[in-house]
Design a binder for this molecule. Structure first.
Ligand code: NDP
Length: 292
């Protein structure tokens, strides 16, 4: 497959995308606001575009990977008449509303639009671990799927432009929850003088053992029944969590990350759900509960 591809934006991620395309043999045209960032790619066979217009003209598939939504418009707005008939694949992180806005902009100028959420860091691009969530034009996805697979495993989520961005928010929420827990864990163990690298295997093993929570919670949520397969009741966990907060403060470590969860556990118990699973806390996360 020698499909020509254009990459707009050669930051850490755009550079990794262009490298993967070059490695797969695609004629790759690259553009970056700060021109010298293209040089290593040009040394590997990329064609440097003279400007954005030239970059867009070079390929029917135009991959955009810039800092944010504002930089995408700053780059494309002067060239709206040139995108007609092309597929714009925007891998810049953004909100669902921004994806919808860009889809409407592309449609108004005769281009197909796909929004992509990259679930990888640049070093993972082109490897089996990387995946990208796509939503938007189905036929743009079908036409260009083979090229997009060069970058990462592809997951097409449907025509609604914002759908990939919602998935991205959900997945990153899980990731940041894990990051918070890991940082809290290391903060506590450091008070005991245990090196983080000594403790890490135990922490990794424990988190892997607890990863089964994902599937168990999912079944409860879809059934709408938080009493299914409860092995640790919410009442028990709320009590244990209060002890954990005490022990944390006794070690001189802040509970500012954990305390909000404690309040939700207590609230759920007070509402009469003590014999259910912790999963029911989900019901307290809609903004109707903002006043709490
Ligand atoms: P970088 O900060 O490395 O690169 C940012 C890019 O945006 C550069 O090419 C920069 O150009 C360009 N840019 C910024 N502002 C403008 C502007 N006003 N006009 C034109 N170009 C502009 O970021 P990354 O490459 O790491 O990230 C790119 C996107 O990929 C982001 O949306 C990020 O969220 C997403 N992403 C990144 C991941 C990562 O791990 N890095 C993981 C998943 C998604 P210049 O060189 O001239 O400054």
């Amino acid at each position: 497959d020698r499909t020509p591809v254009t990459v707009l934006g050669l930051g850490a991620m755009g550079t990794a995308l262009a490298e993967a395309l070059l490695a797969a043999g695609h004629p790759t045209t690259v553009w970056n606001r700060t021109r010298h960032k293209a040089e290593p790619l040009v040394a590997r066979g990329a064609r440097p575009a003279t400007d954005v217009a030239d970059a867009i003209a070079a390929s029917r598939l135009v991959i955009v990977c810039l800092l944010d939504h504002a930089s995408v418009h700053a780059t494309l707005d002067g060239h709206a008449e040139r995108v007609r008939g092309r597929a714009l694949v925007n891998l810049t992180s953004g909100t669902p509303a921004q994806a919808e806005e860009l889809a409407a902009w592309a449609a108004a100028h005769g281009a197909d639009h796909l929004d992509g959420g990259i679930m990888a860091v640049p070093t993972m691009i082109g490897s089996r671990e990387a995946f990208v969530l796509y939503s938007g034009s189905r036929h743009a996805f079908q036409d260009h799927r083979a090229v997009l697979e060069v970058l990462a495993e592809t997951h097409y989520l449907g025509e609604e432009p914002g759908r990939a961005a919602v998935h991205d928010v959900a997945l990153l929420s899980g990731m940041y929850g894990m990051f918070m827990g890991v940082l809290q864990s290391f903060a506590v163990i450091r008070t005991e003088g245990v090196p983080a690298t000594t403790f890490a295997p135990l922490l990794g093993r424990w988190l892997s053992a607890m990863a089964g929570f994902v599937d168990g919670a999912a079944r409860q949520i879809d059934e709408g029944d938080y009493t299914l397969d409860v092995s640790s009741s919410l009442a028990m966990q709320a009590g244990a969590f209060a002890e954990l907060l005490h022990a944390t403060e006794e070690r001189g470590i802040s509970t500012r990350l954990l305390a909000p969860l404690g309040r939700l556990l207590d609230r759920r118990v007070a509402d009469g759900h003590g014999d259910e699973d912790i999963t029911g806390v989900l019901e307290l996360l809609t903004l109707d509960h903002r006043k709490d």
